[in-house]
Design a protein around this ligand. Sequence first.
Ligand code: NAD
Length: 488
Amino acid sequence: MGFTLPLSRDAFFIDGEWVTPSSSETIGIISPRTEEVVGTVPAGQPADIDRAVAAARKAFDHGPWPRMSVEERGAIMRKVAAYMRERGPEVAKLVSTEMGGPMSMLGRFPDGAGNLIDYYADLAKEVGFAHPRMGQVGPAVVRNEPVGVIGAITPWNGPLTLLLMKFAPALMAGCTMVSKPSPEAPLDAYVLADACAAAGLPAGVFNLVPAGREAGEHLVSHKDVDKIAFTGSTAAGRRIAEICGRDLRRVALELGGKSALIALDDADAAAVAKTAIPFGLGFNSGQACAALTRILVPARRQAEFVEALSAQMETLVTGDPFDLATTVGPMVAERQRTRIEGLIATGKPEGATLVRGGSRPTDLPRGWYVAPTLFCDVKNEMTIAREEIFGPVGVVIPYEGDDEEAIRIANDTPYGLAGAVFSPDIDRAYSVCQRVRAGTYGVNTFYIDPRLPFGGFKASGIGRENGKEGLLAFTETKTVLGLPEGIV
Ligand code: NAD
């Protein structure tokens, strides 16, 4: 596979320049497909984070960016978007190389990055950051001012998308940013830095330092950072929230999930399977935070649902992520596959029945593959029903009784990221939807829309990304009193 984008980098992007790292330590990029090191990036140290934060602070406190009009910021951001659009197909290959995602998914939206940035440029103009309001005493102006310096910490499973969901709204709100991508998949963030340089983004507005946990924590606890925007595991999110809580630093957390799809007793089994399998097991090879991995079906119809789900699993093709026929690629890392296999191994001893999969595909000796796996006869107390597996593993949980019981089981989880309900009776389905505590909910469907708010209830996070909510999350509200009417 020929690449025009580099698989190795030797600098950080700080203050509008490519700068030499403070240490010679590097991070190896390992292909989940070949298990070989395919590139390296420098490993950020606290000293590099300090330098990047100082640049972002200076750009926020003294630079032009926060003081530019929305139109001026938008014009530069549209140039970033155009660059990303041009590199779209190559970036998809880069992401697939780093984290093993199938090209059949990653290559489908080559304009995605550019479109998201353009969308926020339009939205910021439409929403506006100052509005007249009438108080009890008199008129006021309510302003949404940029939060300041953002520390963006992102995971490997959707590396560029999850960074862009912070980058585009934060910069359009007038913030500056230090990005710390994951050590597994940092290369695409470099392309975004290339785009910022090519577009003439003012120095220090976007800074990039790939690093591990320790330097990440240095960013989280940095006194000159105003807000941490984090996507990753609930465990890391708790730690980050603790640090931010101590310093009263703003924090947004997009964390894990264990989402439930509820099939009501009148649901069509084939329709359920058509959503449950691609969004529970298939999407991003099951490495998706919003995956609908708990499939709740009426107990008396379990056999029928299992048959439909199993038949739908036939459509999943596990294999080389560069093969366009592949829908399930390898897991991101060996430790991740080991963890998934450990969780699968708890299924049978705890009383679940294995329907399909459960092992490595025998025809793929190289690469960290896990065969798509389905269990039935699962109780919600079992490990496979409670833990976020983050692999192509789904569980069918039969429920006795009425919709109440299904709602109780769906809510019986520490998480609350997503969910779906299936029934031809829309009123009944919508009533179920309103009682499940989750941030994104599908009625007879499921997908994630970058223009609509996304985030978690309970241990799935704090705050929302995407849409208008995702833009305003990077602002502080200021009430201005005493201005004569007409001034905004
Ligand atoms: P992770 O929490 O291990 O790491 C995520 C990022 O945080 C990485 O960049 C990592 O280096 C950094 N990090 C980890 N601990 C840190 C700390 N103490 N201080 C600062 N930085 C730290 O998660 P992961 O394994 O890379 O990603 C998978 C997890 O992400 C899953 O739990 C998944 O559900 C979650 N996720 C959530 C969403 C969402 O929007 N809710 C989206 C995608 C992934």
